[in-house]
Ligand binder design. Structure first.
Ligand code: SF4
Ligand code: SF4
Length: 92
């Protein structure tokens, strides 16, 4: 049996998504940022470029904290989701 791909592993996670975002970006800072390292660092691909603008979706967040650590512009207001919300890792 071949090992599972990252995409297959991510598909096993369950998410109880809060209506309140647990991560917020300062869009003015992000708009001016280069090279936008968050685009390359997030394992869940929550950060994307759309028509040259950064878009962010917190719903698929794995709560790893990498974006907060790596953003060198201080543009990320980061916290864990409120109690009971967020990702549940099913099979590692
Ligand atoms: S690295 Fe930080 S400032 Fe730059 S685009 Fe990403 S979140 Fe915004
Ligand atoms: S905490 Fe991790 S998974 Fe969530 S948005 Fe940041 S880098 Fe992506």
């Amino acid at each position: 049996m071949s090992p599972m791909t990252i995409e297959e592993r991510l598909a096993l996670n369950k998410y109880d998504v809060d209506t309140e975002a647990h991560i917020r970006l300062n869009e003015n800072i992000c708009q001016e940022c280069q090279p936008r390292i968050c685009l390359y660092i997030c394992p869940a691909e929550c950060f994307k470029l759309r028509d040259g603008r950064l878009s962010f979706a917190y719903e698929g967040c794995l709560e790893c904290g990498s974006c907060h650590v790596c953003c060198d512009k201080g543009a990320i207001d980061w916290s864990y989701p409120r109690g009971g919300f967020g990702v549940a890792f099913e099979y590692g």
